[in-house]
Design a binder for this molecule. Structure first.
Ligand SMILES: [Mn+2]
Length: 274
C-alpha cells in the first residue's frame, strides 16, 4: 500500500516530508512505496523530491486555492487529502494511507495495512472538542439540494493519518458529492479539512487505534506509538508561547529523534525557524 503525502509551497512541509520518508525507509527499506502529491509551482520542490527519490504527482485540486476563503489560504495544502481518490497516479490503487508530513514512522505499519475500513479509518483527536453551530449543513449537487445532518454526539477524528478506501469513495459519485459539500461549506467550518471529513462522513468513519496517530505530548506515546504525529508544536519549535502546554511528556525526546534524520546543513537551515 502506498503512503501518500500532500504538500503546497510552504517550505517547512518539504523538510517535514524528508524526515517522514526517511523514517518510513528506516522501517521498510528504500523501496517503500510512497507518493507526494504537490499542488504548487516552485521548481525547487520537484528537484528536492527527485534528489530524495520521492515520487511526485503534480495535481490541480478541484478545491482550488482561488475557490477557498482567505482565512484558509495559509494552509491550502491540507485540503489535498480530500481528493486523493482523483489523483491520476493513484487511479489503480483501491486503498492508500494518507499521512501529514509532520509524522515520524516509529514502528511497523503492517497491522494497519491489513485493515479495510468501509470509507476511511481515522484515530480520535483528544484535544479538539467536536463543536459546531449548525444542526445540519446542505449543498447543491446536480440541481438538487442535499442535507447533511451534523453527527451529534460525536468525537473528532484527526485527519493527520487517514486510511482511505478509494474504491468506496469512487463509487456512485460519493467523492463528487463530498467535494460539492466541501466547496459550499468551507466557510462554515472550524478546523479546515478535518472538519469537512468529520461533518460529512461522521459515523461512517472507522475509528483507528490511537497508536496510528499519536502526538508526542500524550503520556503513553513512547511505548505505544507506531506513527508519531507532531500535532501541535513542530520539532523545531522550542520557544513559541502558544504551544507551551503541548511541549510536555515525550516532545523533547521525539524532537531529538526527528532531528537525527537531518543532515547537518538541514539542521542549520531550520535553526532560525520557530
Ligand atoms: Mn499534522
Amino acid at each position: 500500500m502506498k503512503i501518500v503525502f500532500g504538500i503546497d509551497d510552504n517550505p517547512r512541509y518539504l523538510m517535514l516530508l524528508k524526515v517522514a520518508v526517511r523514517s518510513l525507509r528506516r522501517l521498510y527499506g528504500p523501496d517503500a512505496p510512497c507518493l507526494c502529491v504537490y499542488a504548487g509551482n516552485r521548481e525547487e520542490v520537484p528537484e528536492t523530491l527527485a534528489a530524495e527519490g520521492i515520487p511526485l504527482a503534480r495535481y490541480r485540486p478541484r478545491l482550488a486555492p482561488e475557490l477557498l476563503p482567505q482565512s484558509v489560504q495559509h494552509s491550502v495544502g491540507c485540503f489535498l487529502k480530500l481528493e486523493l481518490a482523483l489523483v491520476e497516479e493513484l487511479a489503480a490503487d483501491d486503498m492508500a494511507l494518507y499521512c501529514d508530513v509532520d509524522v515520524l514512522f516509529y514502528r511497523p505499519l503492517d497491522a494497519l495495512f491489513a485493515m479495510q475500513p468501509r470509507y476511511m479509518g481515522m484515530a480520535r483527536e483528544y484535544t479538539a472538542p467536536f463543536y459546531h453551530q449548525h444542526e445540519q449543513l446542505s449543498y447543491m449537487f446536480r440541481e438538487r439540494r442535499h442535507v447533511v445532518p451534523m453527527p451529534f454526539p460525536i468525537w473528532t477524528f484527526s485527519s493527520g493519518v487517514v486510511l482511505f478506501n478509494f474504491r468506496r469513495l469512487r463509487r456512485r459519485g460519493l467523492l463528487d458529492h463530498f467535494l460539492a459539500f466541501s466547496l459550499q461549506n468551507v466557510d462554515r467550518i472550524g478546523n479546515l479539512d478535518q472538519s469537512l471529513l468529520n461533518y460529512y462522513f461522521g459515523k461512517r468513519i472507522t475509528q483507528l487505534d490511537g497508536c496510528w496517530n499519536c502526538p508526542p505530548y500524550q503520556a503513553n506515546c513512547l511505548e505505544r506509538a507506531h506513527i508519531i504525529h507532531f500535532h501541535g508544536p513542530k520539532p523545531w519549535d522550542t520557544k513559541s508561547v502558544g504551544m507551551r502546554d503541548l511541549r510536555i511528556n515525550h516532545f523533547e525526546k521525539l524532537r531529538h529523534i526527528w532531528m537525527e534524520y537531518l543532515r547537518p546543513d538541514e539542521r542549520e537551515h531550520l535553526a532560525g525557524w520557530n
